[in-house]
Write a new protein. Structure first.
Length: 310
């Protein structure tokens, strides 16, 4: 019901005009139950934020156990950014599969808008139909029948089997010996989501876009960093929620160390910058970064602080 209302509201908005749009679907020829990877890449103004609200995958479906739709944003420089959405679908009940039309929610200096991403028909491959193909190359014949093999003496069978086993054990021993002698290599661990958020805040402070008259873009980036961190910390899709839904979700989940009242005031001020086109000062931008860094350090998981102390 909520997803339907969100889609109806998005349909009434003005159409957004991205710099580039790329839709990729793999595979293009599918069978029943096969997973289908859908990737949407939108290149747009860095001041805009693109999100994928609830959607109807019909005539396809979301496979049980499949990962939730994912999105990530890449800063391209020169006032440009790229937002990538990835989702997994499957065909369970139609012989005419089609990638669904999707509506992306857009917010930015020009107010709320939408971007319609038109789906396209997919080719359907029927394994049952291939079974009846006249061409031997295309026909599916199933498992081949066993072929009789004449063995003159079981003694040779035992000898050959023993020899094969000895060779396999010798090869395995050499491989294990090579692994033991091989020096250990330190592989860099992937950064945790809280470390990644702090790194993005440091980059934002260093780039200082407000010195080039792009203070509002800095606040858009700051809001996305905080939402992405809290969404990863509490396991919910914070980037796709309105400010009211975002605050309600934080009320419900209750993160220890989070000053929710101060965060609500910050969210209201950021909404003024985003939608009322309020131009922030350099001091306000730096204050917002300080608040975000303090929020992350006071709410990050214990394993992160323990790792830093070690």
């Amino acid at each position: 019901m909520i997803a339907a209302l969100a889609l109806a509201a998005a349909a009434a908005l003005q159409e957004a005009s991205p710099l580039a749009l790329d839709l990729r679907i793999a595979p293009e020829e599918v069978t029943l139950g096969e997973h289908i990877a859908v990737r949407i890449a939108v290149e747009h103004d860095a001041r805009d934020v693109y999100a994928l609200p609830g959607f109807d995958p019909a005539p396809l479906a979301v496979p049980p156990g499949a990962p939730q739709p994912r999105s990530h944003r890449e800063e391209l420089g020169n006032g440009k950014a790229r937002t990538v959405f990835e989702l997994t679908l499957a065909d369970y009940g139609t012989l005419e599969p089609r990638a669904p039309d999707l509506l992306l929610a857009v917010s930015g200096p020009d107010g709320p808008r939408r971007l319609r991403v038109s789906g396209r028909p997919l080719k359907f491959r029927s394994l049952v139909q291939e079974e009846g193909q006249a061409s031997p190359e295309r026909a599916h014949h199933g498992p081949k029948p066993p072929v009789a093999v004449m063995v003159r003496s079981f003694l040779w069978v035992w000898l050959l089997g023993g020899l094969a086993l000895a060779v396999a054990l010798l090869v395995l021993r050499r491989r294990l010996a090579g692994l033991w002698r091989r020096p250990e290599r330190d592989t860099p661990a992937e950064p945790f989501f809280d470390d990644l958020a702090l790194e993005r805040l440091r980059e934002l402070r260093t780039e200082a876009p407000w010195t080039r008259g792009r203070g509002r873009a800095a606040i858009f980036a700051l809001s996305e960093i905080v939402r992405a961190y809290l969404g990863a910390r509490l396991q919910f899709n914070a980037l796709d929620l309105t400010s009211e839904e975002f605050v309600a979700e934080l009320h419900r989940r209750r993160l220890i160390g989070l000053d929710l009242a101060a965060l609500i005031e910050e969210v209201r001020w950021e909404d003024l910058v985003k939608f009322a086109k309020l131009e922030p000062t350099a001091e306000e931008c730096l204050r917002g970064i300080d608040i975000a860094e303090s929020l992350i350090r006071h709410t990050r998981p214990l394993r992160a602080t323990a790792g830093k102390a070690a």
